[in-house]
Write a protein that binds this ligand. Structure first.
Ligand SMILES: [Fe+2]
Ligand SMILES: [Fe+2]
Length: 419
């Protein structure tokens, strides 16, 4: 993969980021939450309090996790200037966790005054996607502790700085800041969030520069970036999925607005690293579509339960089914099979679909192809669970809930074809 680092990224300087940290120091312990407590108790509606507690809990637990998990990054970074910056970042993340912990204790009135106790008191609010992403972040830190290679570091920085900070935290912080500003609520919390966002901006800039350096030196690092995005995408889409849409709407923004912002900011970061995002083979994000459209597709899949937590049966929404097959087409590796190979899906409870694999022009269509090379038979429910990574095709085949017909040699190639 050819990486071409933009000039603006080359201007990001590790020592300068450190100096900006010294200048930007602020004190989470000195914020005065008096007015915030009045707002919380007297000016916010019960719906707003419910939505805020849910959303801020995602941040509180996120800040705690990134504080605890940053030290192996310091060990693995090759340059002293990178290590020192990461040391400042770890202090920032602790400060962010203290900030949220104080807010929960002093304004919301949950927790026992200790951060551990307050984390435990709010844990029930966490979304499935949050647990999946941060569980992976913790495993990634464990892996990086054992393996300081540039490729492992690239995978870890992608997850931490680009996905968690750049695509999840920062867009959420901006939405929170803007909505509280509009509603004129929680002044000290807003001031703290503005400082958190400034810190995050430095962290993300550091991650972009480090990934640009790693990918420029070794194209295997660029593959590690893409692989990491592919791995966590089904979970990241579900992180901010509220138990009820009113949780964000009471603050004047929809989930779609939030997802669009996330899609836009992720794309900007990938371009800043110098990745050829428009021509990446099998890239899981459809970069030829606008951020709004990408957000709509993710949300549709999520709402039809084709990705994310399965808290009910899959919804047979024809639009979502088409998006699911289009996503499979984009991620397929047609080089795994002979050009023109056809795969037919027969569902007991939905319309059939087929794929014609061809280098450069793989296509998916609803209907039947005459004489398919492979026929896969199952319920749509089982198929969608496999596509979402919630079920294993091999296990379903052993249970005979999924059947495959075709030459054994070709069947063996299917895992590679579908990535
Ligand atoms: Fe943070
Ligand atoms: Fe951060």
């Amino acid at each position: 993969m050819r990486v071409k680092v933009p000039a603006a990224t080359k201007q990001i300087d590790y020592a300068d980021l450190y100096a900006r940290w010294e200048r930007g120091n602020w004190r989470a312990t000195e914020l005065d939450f008096t007015q915030d407590k009045i707002d919380w108790e007297e000016r916010m509606t019960p719906q707003q309090r419910r939505g805020a507690l849910w959303l801020y809990t995602l941040f509180f637990h996120g800040e705690d996790a990134v504080t605890d998990g940053l030290s192996p990054y310091i060990d693995a970074a090759p340059l002293e200037e990178q290590k020192y910056f990461l040391a400042t970042q770890q202090v920032d993340e602790a400060r962010h966790a203290v900030f949220f912990s104080r807010f929960m204790n002093e304004v919301v009135g949950v927790g026992d005054g200790t951060t551990g106790g307050t984390l435990a008191a709010t844990a029930a609010q966490l979304s499935w996607g949050h647990k999946m992403v941060f569980g992976r972040l913790q495993r990634m830190a464990d892996e990086l502790r054992e393996d300081h290679s540039p490729r492992k570091l690239a995978a870890a920085v992608t997850l931490y700085h680009i996905i968690v900070e750049g695509s999840l935290a920062q867009p959420g912080q901006h939405m929170i800041e803007q909505s509280l500003e509009r509603l004129d609520l929680l002044p000290a919390f807003r001031a703290g969030m503005a400082n958190v966002a400034l810190d995050e901006q430095r962290h993300i800039a550091f991650g972009v520069r480090l990934l640009a350096d790693l990918c420029e030196a070794d194209s295997g690092c660029a593959d590690a970036v893409v692989d990491t995005i592919r791995e966590v995408l089904p979970w990241t889409t579900a992180v901010a999925l509220p138990p009820d849409p009113s949780y964000t709407e009471v603050f004047g923004f929809s989930l779609l607005d939030l997802y669009e912002e996330a899609a836009r900011s992720q794309e900007a970061r990938l371009r800043a690293i110098g990745l050829p995002v428009d021509e990446l083979p099998r890239f899981p994000l459809p970069m030829d579509l606008s951020p709004r459209l990408r957000a709509e597709r993710g949300l549709k899949l999520l709402q039809a339960r084709m990705i994310g937590p399965k808290d009910g049966p899959i919804i047979h929404d024809p639009e979502a089914i088409a998006i699911l097959f289009d996503t499979m087409r984009r991620q397929a590796d047609p080089s795994a099979v002979a050009p023109g190979t056809t795969i037919q899906w027969e569902f007991s409870d939905a319309e059939p679909w087929f794929m014609r694999a061809d280098n450069g022009s793989t296509a998916v269509t609803q209907g039947r192809v005459p004489d398919p090379d492979v026929t896969l038979t199952s319920s749509f429910e089982d198929f969608a669970d496999v596509a979402a990574g919630r079920s294993n095709a091999r296990v379903l085949m052993l249970k005979r809930r999924m059947k495959a017909k075709g030459s054994p040699r070709l069947l063996l190639k299917l895992p590679k074809l579908f990535g």
